[in-house]
Design a protein around this ligand. Structure first.
Ligand code: ADP
Ligand code: ZN
Ligand code: ZN
Length: 752
């Protein structure tokens, strides 16, 4: 009865996110934690689903007007209170509607309750049954009483089991549910994606002095009062044993009864990584939940349920695992904290590492960020005292860092080998010799090129025309394997051209090279070499990546060529040579982070070499050998790189000294997108406080993508909240044509 309810709750209804809908809390739910619960509520004449955002006392007579919640969809909050608080912070900071944030926290299939996974109905007591109540029921409905008597508090009984014990059980249970005695749940048959594998336990290693010191800093923070905690940045060269520090810190936290969330970049969520965790925590293997995008829907559901039901002690996952509904979180680890994959590029546009820091603060948990090449944002935070810094300067097994040689392709590329002049511009002579030696010695080589396909552009020799995607402002990439021109932005494909579409000349040639072409050249250069290639074209099936990496580890290949998929976290003791084919690829992108990204990538790739007892060598082919990013990476000199890059950022007013906010207007109609960007810009500057910087409205570097024209305004400020408020004020006052979409990206990473 709504009228007698003393509480009301605000429900975010999935299909009407803009409405502020209050419902009465029915008596039987009054003592429950409702915030974050999924509920079914009446909306006009229908039942709809939503999430409870807040609960408040009913005032005066308003109770009479409120309709009650129909029922709870799941007995526990899918968004526990700490996460709701996090959602509110995100909604505020990232200028994103709370509904979008909350929605993003719950996996689609859990939210919609759609099946497709194995569930069985189970029955559970909702309240204690007093002896006299049971007695009363026994007289009225003996069958119901018999079932009720057989249930113990907190224990779920399968409906099927009850049916086998009692005649007409289903009907009786239905009545018991209606009268509020029991609830009927979907009990999921867990499918652990790695259940088939049995991992042998691994023992903690004897820590080096540096590792022990790092662990001590983490332990001090674990013991500190919440107000005294600070995120810790663990900066350790590749192979310095950061993971061992995580593992031992996690073990402490688990022993003390707390739970742990570990974020890793999607790309390094390889079986290698997850196996390391499962082995160390072999005793509680089934209490480690793994979340990543290669899971089937059913697997993801099971892993998530394991967390929700409080069975998981450790959650390991990519970005969105920071929303795991885990309770008692004592430690959050963010591995490779500098990785761009922590940034979500769809609404809600958040940076997972930063959200991890905020969640840690809300929960009073210790936050440990690790990287060999920290983001300048986190680095800055160690300099201004917001984060603590601990360093591992040496490799754990006392291996020397690999030796890096820079190959100047301006001269090397011109060296001609008989009949192979184009080959030398792709694999220089020193690199060819080095690979040859490795094959002869039975050692392995990794070659890195961050571009897939055969050739990134098709050019007319007569008029210089480059074949572009009809929907995007990028050239089409030639893929020889399926003889197609492909757009890497929108996926458009067409058959290769015989003639130039502009001047009809037949002298079309393939400019540049991608991994597919390199593989072909390698096969010619090293006919005896066993070669594997890893990129999104060759790794289409779920198990392919795993299989290829395992085969490479088992030394069934001499050479591995790949894109950024192989740049991170892999550990192959027999790899003594790493070649970077075109170190300049990322340098000429119009983005203030281009140098930082190149430095990170080169350092990470180089870190794949010499991880066993053999010394590693890295050869870097470049046309700009004196570029600071390349030189600092060569000397494994993060501090040097950071110091000069920070100076530049400070002078030019770029992050980490300010926050950037990118506003983009896009539309199929070029003029309308442009007009909207210009109008908005005019408003924004009309009362612009001097503390904010604003660019002119301009075409995005990729002006056209998937048929949408894009124009942008870049804003910068020391205080992002005030800037967001300024932007919001003007956005809310404007109405844009329906076919124009305006997005606001706070702390933007992708400026193209
Ligand atoms: P990172 O995460 O910093 O790249 P890893 O944790 O992968 O480094 O460690 C690199 C290698 O060193 C691994 O093979 C690991 O088993 C080994 N290792 C780590 N710590 C120690 C240690 N204290 N003693 C011996 N070997 C170690
Ligand atoms: Zn032409
Ligand atoms: Zn395209």
């Amino acid at each position: 009865m709504a009228s007698s309810a003393a509480l009301k709750c605000l429900v975010l209804v999935d299909e009407a996110p803009d409405l502020e809908l209050w419902y009465a809390v029915p008596d039987d739910l009054i003592h429950r934690e409702l915030r974050g619960c999924r509920v079914s509520v009446p909306l006009r004449r229908r039942k709809v689903q939503g999430t409870v955002i807040s609960v408040a006392p009913v005032e005066g007579q308003e109770g009479f007007a409120l309709r009650p919640i129909a029922h709870l969809l799941h007995p526990k909050p899918l968004v526990p209170p700490a996460l709701l608080e996090l959602a509110e912070w995100m909604s505020d900071y990232y200028a994103c509607r709370l509904e979008v944030v909350v929605r993003g926290m719950i996996p689609e299939m859990i939210r919609t309750g759609s099946s497709g996974f194995k569930t069985q109905k189970a029955v559970r007591l909702r309240k204690e049954v007093a002896a006299e109540e049971l007695e009363a029921l026994r007289k009225k409905a003996p069958r119901q009483a018999a079932i009720l008597e057989g249930l113990s508090p907190g224990v779920e009984e399968l409906l099927a089991t009850l049916s086998s014990r009692h005649a007409s059980a289903a009907q009786a249970i239905k009545r018991l549910e209606e009268d509020g005695w029991v609830e009927i749940l979907d009990q999921v048959q867990a499918r652990d994606p790695s259940r088939a594998e049995q991992f042998l336990a691994s023992q903690p290693l004897q820590l080096t002095d540096e590792q022990a010191e790092a662990l001590r800093v983490v332990e001090l923070d674990l013991e500190a009062e919440p107000a005294d905690k600070k995120p810790i940045l663990l900066k350790g060269v590749t192979g310095s044993g950061k993971t061992e520090v995580y593992l031992q810190a996690i073990a402490r936290v688990i022993d003390q009864g707390w739970n742990v969330i570990v974020l890793v970049p999607e790309i390094s969520l390889t079986p290698q990584t997850t196996e390391r965790f499962k082995r160390r925590f072999a005793l509680i293997q089934d209490r480690v939940a793994i979340l990543h995008s290669h899971l089937s829907e059913g697997e993801r559901h099971d892993e998530w349920r394991k967390i929700l039901d409080g069975k998981a002690r450790i959650t390991i996952g990519a970005r969105s695992a920071i929303f795991a509904p885990m309770e008692k979180v004592g430690l959050i680890v963010v591995d490779e904290e500098h990785e761009n994959t922590y940034k979500q590029e769809n609404p809600p546009r958040y940076q997972g590492r930063d959200v991890a820091v905020v969640r840690g603060r809300i929960e009073g948990a210790t936050v440990l960020l690790g990287s060999a090449t920290p983001s300048l944002e986190s680095w800055h935070n160690t300099q201004n005292g917001k984060y603590k810094l601990v360093e591992l300067t040496r490799r754990a097994d006392d291996q020397r860092m690999p030796v890096t040689r820079i190959i100047d392709m301006r001269s090397e590329g011109r060296v001609r080998r008989a009949g192979q002049k184009e080959v030398a511009t792709i694999i220089s002579e020193p690199l060819r010799i080095a690979i040859d030696q490795r094959i002869a010695r039975g050692e392995q080589t990794i070659l890195f090129l961050n571009r897939r396909g055969y050739s990134p552009s098709v050019v007319c020799q007569d008029c210089g025309h480059r074949v572009e995607c009809p929907h995007c402002s990028v050239t089409l990439t030639y893929h020889e394997g399926d003889s197609r021109l492909v757009c890497h932005l929108c996926g458009f494909q067409r058959v290769p051209l015989k003639k130039c579409p502009e001047c009809k000349s037949g002298t079309i040639f393939l400019a540049g090279y991608g991994t597919e072409r390199v593989e072909q050249i390698l096969r010619k250069l090293f006919p005896r070499g066993r070669i594997a290639r890893i990129d999104t074209d060759t790794m289409k099936r779920k198990t392919q990546l795993e299989d290829t990496l395992n085969d490479f580890k088992a030394q069934k290949y001499d050479l591995l060529i790949g894109t950024q998929m192989i740049a991170k976290g892999l550990h192959f003791p027999n790899v003594t040579l790493v070649g970077v084919l075109n170190a300049d690829l990322g340098l000429h992108i119009p983005d203030f982070r281009a140098g930082e990204r190149t430095f990170q990538l080169l350092t990470q790739v180089a870190g794949r070499a010499g991880r066993g007892h053999l010394l590693g060598e890295v050869l870097v082919q470049t046309f700009t050998p004196h570029n600071p990013s390349i030189q600092y990476a060569r000397h494994h000199d993060f501090d040097g790189f950071a110091s000069q890059e920070m100076d530049a950022r400070r002078i030019l007013n770029f992050p980490p000294f300010v926050h950037v906010i990118l506003i983009t207007a896009r539309s199929e109609h070029e003029r309308r997108a442009q007009f909207c960007a210009e109008t908005l810009h005019k408003r924004l500057v009309s009362d612009l406080p001097p503390e904010f910087l604003i660019s002119d409205p301009m075409p995005s570097p990729l002006v056209r993508m998937a048929n949408q024209f894009r124009f942008q305004v870049l804003m910068r400020a020391k205080n992002p909240r005030r800037l967001v408020a300024h932007i919001r004020k003007h956005l809310d006052a404007l109405t844009f044509p329906e076919d124009v979409i305006v997005t606001v990206d706070i702390d933007a990473y992708n400026l193209s």
